[in-house]
Ligand binder design. Structure first.
Ligand code: DAK
Length: 257
């Protein structure tokens, strides 16, 4: 049997998906994307998985879409390609996603990291949208998510020049949450994921949904949405437990109810 293109590991309540196509710098072939989304969707419906880390290797997170497969794709094939649904399905994942980025995160690789809810980067990480150098533009949400995260002027420069940025610049732009030493990037990402995994899972999902609403809506509609999600959180048993534990000066036991 061929090697898996995505390796699944578990660390308690954290699922770790490791892209595993080193000979192609983890280029996102249709097969790799199919394995990744199947894994993420399975974990998303597993109550024992409370946070998901998506990682590559030390030298490359992912070098983007598979250029060799793309070159000969006709316009009609591109319109109906099975990998198209990957991005919307990933975005529909309710479990928090942490990207653990070391080395190159380019094109679709950068877009995959941007689609995650938080990014922990190694000091060696390099981000970029080099599609323009190939005669195309980002197609996995890069123009939209990048502009929302780092602002229109900066996104415009990266999309129109294809320039790569390192972690110092990425941190200053607000693209990454943390920068870790080169041998600690995965451990730091796991640490962050474990903190999220210890929080009450229903409230975590509601919080993710509420923050993402800020990208989609005007302020007043977003505040309405936040109010409804807040009320749902107030209806959970976990919030009674969390508040009781505070008052009784003990650690809460969250059950996901
Ligand atoms: N695709 C296919 N193969 C790749 C690849 C890629 N993106 N990146 C690297 N490889 C392959 C190389 O061809 C080489 O293969 P062999 O020659 O050994 O057969 C092998 O991996 C090693 O590559 P290098 O020799 O280049 O390795 P280096 O360490 O020197 O350089 C690099 C690493 C990552 C800097 C370099 O490989 C590179 O620049 N790669 C291309 C980066 C890039 O241009 N990425 C953007 C691709 S376009 C969409 C959604 C998303 C997208 C489009 C549409 N829709 C939903 C509609 C996304 C598009 C893109 O990402």
């Amino acid at each position: 049997m061929a090697d898996a293109l995505v390796l699944a590991e578990r660390d308690g309540a954290v699922g770790i998906a490791r892209l595993n196509r080193p000979e192609a710098r983890n280029a996102l072939s249709a097969e790799l994307l199919a394995e990744l989304i199947a894994l993420v969707e399975a974990w998303d419906t597993d109550p024992d998985v409370r946070c998901i880390v998506i990682a590559g290797g030390d030298d490359y997170f992912a070098a983007g879409a598979d250029i060799k497969a793309m070159r000969d794709r006709s316009f009609q094939e591109a319109l109906a390609h099975p990998a198209l649904s990957f991005w919307a399905r990933m975005a529909a994942c309710r479990t928090p996603l942490v990207a653990a980025v070391s080395g190159y995160a380019l094109g679709g690789g950068c877009e995959l990291a941007l689609l995650c809810d938080m990014i922990v980067a190694s000091e060696t990480a390099e981000f970029g949208q080099p599609e323009i150098l190939l005669g195309i533009i980002p197609g996995g949400g890069g123009t939209q998510r990048l502009a929302r995260v780092i602002g229109k002027q900066r996104a415009m420069e990266l999309v129109l020049t294809g320039r790569r940025i390192g972690t110092v610049e990425a941190l200053a732009m607000g693209l990454v949450n943390q920068v870790a030493d080169r041998d600690e990037w995965l451990a730091k990402a796991l640490e962050l994921a474990q903190v999220v995994a210890r929080r009450p899972p229903l409230a975590v999902r509601l919080g993710k949904q509420a923050v993402l609403a800020a990208e989609e809506t005007a302020l007043s509609a977003g505040l309405d949405q936040e109010r409804r999600l807040y009320e749902l959180a107030m209806a959970t048993e976990d919030r009674v437990e969390g508040m009781s534990a505070f008052i009784e000066k003990r650690r809460p036991e969250f059950e996901g109810r």
